[in-house]
Design a protein around this ligand. Structure first.
Ligand code: NAD
Length: 363
């Protein structure tokens, strides 16, 4: 199993060091190779995604990615900005399925803005189509309106479109993911208004015939936004298009309280994937040793489960994270009265100790 390790910028290097330590504690046979990406790669090689880094990512079975970006690169031409590395990797590796779990650990329910009973034990998975929809549809642009409410006025337009194979492949991903979980898929659309999403609904229904063991429900996106805050635990797997997924996955993330806890994955058609925390490079706390490494450590667990076929190793990491939280250890972002504040390294060490069976000191 070959893993490309791309730490990136800011807290990326700090949190990645902890995730690597955790992977090493599993005693599995991995080959891990690191490369620069983002601003660090631009500084060293003049490009955020140098050829060597891309070649490593292509050759690997999975990629563990930290975070990229810093305000100091904001004035660069767009193609040289650190964030372009992520878009480049998605494009070159054909990563079309974005997995964003929203898990609310019992120990952290106080961090959510919702009532504890609504989110305690929450475990949902949002699957967002990543390469199509109105974000990429052509034509798009600005022009003078020839019809509509104001003919002759300046206007802007985008094109929402999905082809049948694009919907089929994300639907298969969702049904297969649901088989490994609660066996329920909610397909989110706007079929009552949009032709594209009536088509989406029809195709998802067709694909569902191959998964009789999985329950399928359809929900309009406005209702889904409402249900996510009203009864989030009623969902298992949510599958939707690029734009609706963009919005709903952030809404779901906030149910759990802290961005420092949330892993994510972007997968290709063979389940090869790029795994990364949902947060960015946090320049405001970079270099201080206080960042929460758990989102990256949990991304490594997702990598083991979805790309490297090691579900038991994934379980071991996830159980270790729960044990560490139960022992009362907290980084600053999830700290509350009565718990013990620890830094990035101490948190990583505690997860390693929980995996290797050592005792964690209670707060
Ligand atoms: P951010 O996610 O980096 O930070 C937002 C806030 O959350 C900050 O206050 C930060 O300190 C805190 N935070 C984030 N991760 C944390 C962690 N693990 N532990 C504790 N606190 C944490 O978002 P931002 O500040 O808007 O962006 C910073 C840079 O990151 C920008 O250059 C942006 O473009 C980039 N970015 C990169 C990615 C990525 O690499 N995938 C994603 C989002 C933003």
């Amino acid at each position: 199993m070959k893993i490309a390790i791309l730490p990136g910028d800011g807290i990326g290097t700090e949190i990645m060091a902890e995730a690597v330590k955790v992977l090493q504690a599993l005693d599995l046979k991995f080959e891990m190779e690191s490369a620069l990406v983002g601003g660090a790669a631009y500084d060293a090689h003049g490009h955020p995604l140098p050829e060597g880094t891309l070649a490593l990512a292509k050759a690997a079975d999975a990629i563990l990615f930290g975070a990229v970006g810093d305000w100091k690169y904001d004035k660069l031409e767009r193609q040289f900005r650190p964030e372009q590395a992520i878009l480049g990797l998605r494009k070159h590796l054909g990563l079309f399925a974005n997995f964003r779990p929203a898990i609310c650990y019992e120990q952290l329910t106080q961090a959510s803005s919702l009532k504890p009973e609504l989110v305690a034990g929450l475990d949902i998975l949002i699957i967002r189509e990543l390469t199509g929809d109105i974000y990429f549809g052509q034509p798009r642009g600005r022009r003078i309106a020839v019809d509509g409410h104001f003919p002759g006025a300046d206007e802007a337009f985008d094109t929402m479109r999905y082809s049948k194979p694009e919907i089929e492949r994300i639907a298969h991903v969702a049904f297969q993911a649901a088989r490994r979980r609660g066996k329920k898929v909610t397909s989110v659309d706007k079929a009552n208004v949009l032709e594209t999403f009536q088509f989406w609904k029809d195709v998802v229904t067709e694909v569902h015939a191959q998964y009789p063991d999985v329950q399928l429900e359809h929900m309009y996106v406005d209702n889904a936004a409402m249900q996510l805050v009203k009864a989030p635990k009623s969902f298992d797997v949510v599958v939707t298009g690029n734009m609706f997924g963009d919005i709903l996955s952030d809404e779901a993330a906030m149910l759990t309280g802290s961005i420092g806890m949330l892993p994510s994955a972007s997968l290709d058609k063979n389940n090869k994937g790029l795994y990364e925390p949902s947060h960015g490079s946090a320049p405001d706390i970079a270099g201080k040793g206080v960042a929460n490494p758990l989102a990256t450590i949990l991304s490594a667990a997702m990598m083991l489960r979805f790309s490297l076929n090691q579900p038991q190793a994934a379980d071991r990491i996830e159980s270790a994270v729960k044990a560490v939280l139960s022992a009362g250890l907290r980084t600053g972002d999830i700290w509350s009265e009565g718990t013990r504040k620890v830094g990035t390294r101490e948190m990583g060490d505690a997860v390693v100790a929980a995996i290797t069976g050592k005792t964690i000191t209670k707060s």
